[in-house]
Design a protein around this ligand. Structure first.
Ligand code: GLA
Length: 383
């Protein structure tokens, strides 16, 4: 069932009426460019076919329900956050209100097919879909840049996860059949055609705690940037450093900051190289860069988990072009790129090895590059 249909039917069962507006946005899988978006570097994400939908109707206060628990919660836009999924919705509503683009109240139902805690940006799918839907309910159509900003500020400023802008940008801007090369330092977007299939293999470890780890890495990067500025006063982002600068960085930075900077600098070069290789259709070269990127996350950024290291190693041994942990890390999922004619054998072998080692079969599914946020026609049907 489509996520729009799921949200519409949840709305109907929860509120005994039909929604006025339904909007949806995709999760994303980041092909490469990890932990570069808050360091001014490039990212290369792809929008998933899996989406989150938000169905909404006008009301005199705020009420929300998700398919995850089916309970209607009353939300207080001015009260303390509850430290659950509703914080993202409240964050969006507050940001819209600050721009005069929020309805006075709303009933909201959220449902979808983006796994939560798998490093696939379910939170950005929710915030971008909610921003579009609630603004429409208030009779406003936000520009895409404002939509991204509302969703980013909801998560970054209101919920307090010190993320970059990759997830919200791809959820809002993606186009079918393309990966998005987003140069976060200068804000440019380039669409790289990609008609193939990507596999997602979930480690089964939820990265819900990533907020804490991510925030710590972000602090380390900020500190490293400060120290580098003593020697390069004009430096705006770590990603502006070149690989040739690393020996000087090594002389000036205390451990463990050097490996963090090394990851950002080498990942920046890998991401640009991967975009060129993808545009040239050289998937073998893209795959090699994915594996190098994973090793850098493992050794330098220290954001991987043994389950992901194992999946990458086995996928390559079975003949994948490459694989790497995608998203923030500390759990989540591996993205795997494989030759079409050998996909099923590679997936079967990798899953079997994982089962032998960890005693459970990992969730594995595929996606093609899909499109960003959209208004959905409320599906017809009972309710
Ligand atoms: C999370 C953040 C993104 C990005 C990635 C790491 O998904 O939301 O902005 O920083 O981690 O690349």
């Amino acid at each position: 069932m489509s996520s729009a249909r799921l949200a519409t039917s949840l709305f109907a069962t929860s509120f005994a009426t039909r929604p006025t507006v339904v909007g949806s946005a995709p999760g994303r899988v980041n092909l490469i460019g990890e932990h570069t978006d808050y360091n001014g570097g490039p990212v290369l994400p792809v929008a998933l076919e899996r989406r989150t939908s938000v169905a909404a109707g006008p009301w005199n206060c705020w009420q929300a329900v998700t398919s995850l628990d089916g309970t209607v919660h009353r939300l207080d836009l001015d009260g303390p956050l509850r430290h659950d999924w509703t914080d993202y919705l409240v964050g969006v509503a507050r940001e819209l209100r600050a721009r005069g683009a929020a309805p006075a109240g709303a009933r909201v139902a959220v449902a979808g097919t983006v796994p939560v805690g798998a490093g696939l940006a379910s939170s950005a799918a929710l915030t971008v879909a909610a921003a579009r839907t609630l603004a429409l309910l208030a009779g406003r159509s936000l520009r895409t840049a404002d939509l991204v900003d509302v969703a980013f500020r909801a998560e970054h400023d209101r919920v307090g996860v010190r993320c970059g802008r990759m997830d919200q940008t791809v959820a809002a801007q993606a186009e079918r059949g393309t990966a998005l090369l987003f140069e976060t330092g200068i804000g440019t977007l380039e669409r790289v055609p990609f008609g193939g299939r990507l596999w997602i293999v979930e480690t089964g470890l939820s990265h819900r705690l990533a907020g804490g780890e991510l925030n710590q890495r972000r602090r380390e990067c900020d500190e490293a940037l400060e120290l580098c500025r003593a020697w390069r006063p004009g430096l705006r982002f770590l990603a502006q450093l070149a690989p040739a600068d690393l020996p000087e960085v090594a002389r000036r930075l205390p451990p463990p900051l050097l490996p963090r900077v090394r990851h950002v600098v080498t990942e920046t070069a890998r991401t640009r190289a991967a975009a060129l290789a993808l545009a040239a259709g050289d998937l073998a070269a893209v795959g090699r860069l994915l594996v190098e990127g994973h090793q850098s996350l493992r050794q330098d950024y220290r954001s991987t988990v043994p389950e992901a290291d194992f999946l990458v190693e086995r996928a390559v041994a079975h003949g994948a072009f490459g694989a790497r942990l995608t998203g923030a890390g500390w759990g989540g999922a591996v993205v795997l790129l494989a030759p079409a004619e050998r996909e099923s054998r590679i997936l079967a072998g990798t899953s079997r090895d994982f089962g032998d080692r960890f005693g459970r079969v990992p969730e594995a599914w595929s996606t093609r590059a899909s499109a960003g946020v959209r208004r959905e026609a409320p599906p017809a049907g009972p309710g």
